[in-house]
Design a protein around this ligand. Structure first.
Ligand code: SF4
Length: 155
């Protein structure tokens, strides 16, 4: 039975962000899920072989091409990170994911446009897209109430 929740590792306080920091969320629901052993934390960019810290990257609007601010094309690392994340999700029996908003890997429905000007577009990060294409429901950390309702309904 599919009963696990994939979560962006940076939301669990792991220092895997491009700048070496994290996006730790201190909320009761996450603590409870953690205690129940249902969370599967991972960082697609680290799984793709990128280092911490690393240059900030964005998806070029409307493509699966990912570039660093320096101009380097890191599409292959992002694609690998997405594949590895999906593999782990499938092995662990993940039915839903809570992913960091606006990340070029994890972002759901809104990301930046590839111009490094803080311009948002309606698209999702590379890993978010692959998980969804494979039937995993994705929520951002800004939608925890929805995520909780989905989890309860699945239970
Ligand atoms: Fe967090 Fe996802 Fe970025 Fe990794 S790739 S640091 S998990 S937002």
């Amino acid at each position: 039975r599919e009963r696990k929740i994939l979560i962006s590792a940076c939301l669990m306080g792991e220092n895997v962000k491009y700048d070496g920091g994290n996006n730790a969320l201190h909320v009761k629901m996450l603590e409870a899920w953690k205690e129940q052993g249902v969370l599967v934390p991972l960082c697609p960019e680290v799984l793709g072989g990128l280092s911490v810290p690393r240059p900030p990257c964005e998806v070029l609007e409307g493509t699966n091409t990912v570039v660093c601010k320096s101009g380097e094309d890191v599409s292959e690392a992002f694609a690998k990170g997405a594949r590895e994340s999906l593999k782990i999700a499938q092995e662990e029996g993940v039915c839903m994911a809570i992913l960091k908003a606006r990340s070029p890997s994890c972002g759901k429905d809104v990301i930046y446009d590839g111009t490094f000007t803080s311009t948002r577009v309606n698209d999702s990060g590379i890993t978010c897209k692959l998980l969804r294409e494979n039937g995993i429901a994705v929520f951002s950390e800004e939608e925890l109430a929805l995520a909780e309702a989905f989890w309860r309904q699945k239970g």
